[in-house]
Design a protein around this ligand. Structure first.
Ligand SMILES: [Mg+2]
Length: 256
């Protein structure tokens, strides 16, 4: 089923959610429907990759050439669109589940985030190596590589261009893997859907906002963020503020 067909099913089934969907699944409905149907989401993705490519071209003309050039992309919701997995969870009334996630990764059918493969291919054509920095596991690397290739991404053989969670320091935090890349490359652009793709994210809502504001000059020049309303490290900060990631906690965080 295509993401849009699945979403049509999802929307048609909306009336059933109140009766059978768990709170976790229900909270996902609006975010997944937006991801799969809003033209604005596609526009945001295309806009981000177009801006990133323009900046990469400009930076390549003036950057330090002592190392080869690279761009670093996160995988999930930056290069690959996992919204069908999220939609299946909504339809099945489930939350995130490791076994189901592993099965989805094994299907290798995640579509590309709009504009991402064209961006990566244009960078590669300029001699700028796309590096994928992901918190998928080492066990998921072969399937991830196959999915990326099938979705149109160029993968270099000259460097381990898919750095999974098991690489370098086996941490979810990407700081050490970012350092590993910058040891070997001059990175012209970083792209991700989560604050953790750019910095080690703070634990609180206010701390995270401060990190974004402290790095104001980087957004749109070397840092490019893709939209992801479905999940992310923001949820942990919200849970820390409100006590638990529940519908009640989320309601408490709303501002009229
Ligand atoms: Mg991601």
């Amino acid at each position: 089923m295509t993401p849009r067909a699945r979403c049509a099913t999802l929307l048609a089934s909306a009336a059933a959610f109140a009766a059978c969907g768990t709170p976790t699944a229900f909270e996902q409905l609006s975010a997944v429907a937006w991801t799969q149907t809003a033209a604005e989401r596609e526009a945001l993705c295309l806009q981000t990759f177009a801006d990133a490519l323009a900046q990469v071209k400009a930076a390549a003309a003036v950057a330090d050439t002592s190392k080869p050039f690279a761009v670093v992309l996160d995988v999930d919701e930056t290069a690959l669109d996992n919204s069908p997995y999220q939609a299946a969870n909504v339809l099945d009334g489930k939350g995130y589940d490791k076994v189901a996630w592993r099965s989805w990764v094994g299907e290798k059918r995640a579509a590309a985030v709009p504009g991402a493969p064209e961006f990566a291919a244009a960078c590669a054509a300029m001699g700028v190596t796309p590096i994928f920095l992901t918190n998928r596991t080492t066990a998921e690397e072969d399937d991830t590589r196959a999915n990326l290739r099938a979705a149109g991404f160029p993968l270099t053989e000259a460097f381990d261009c898919v750095l999974t969670k098991g690489d370098v320091d086996d941490q979810s935090d990407k700081t050490a893997r970012r350092a590993h890349v910058t040891e070997h490359f001059t990175v012209l652009a970083w792209l991700g859907d989560d604050l953790g793709d750019f910095v080690r994210p703070a634990d609180t809502v206010d701390g995270r906002l401060e990190q974004v504001r402290d790095n104001r000059a980087r957004w749109g020049t070397t840092w490019f963020v893709l939209p992801n309303a479905m999940y992310g490290s923001w949820e942990r900060a919200l849970a820390a503020r409100a006590g638990a990631p529940s519908p009640a906690a989320m309601q408490q965080a709303l501002q009229r």
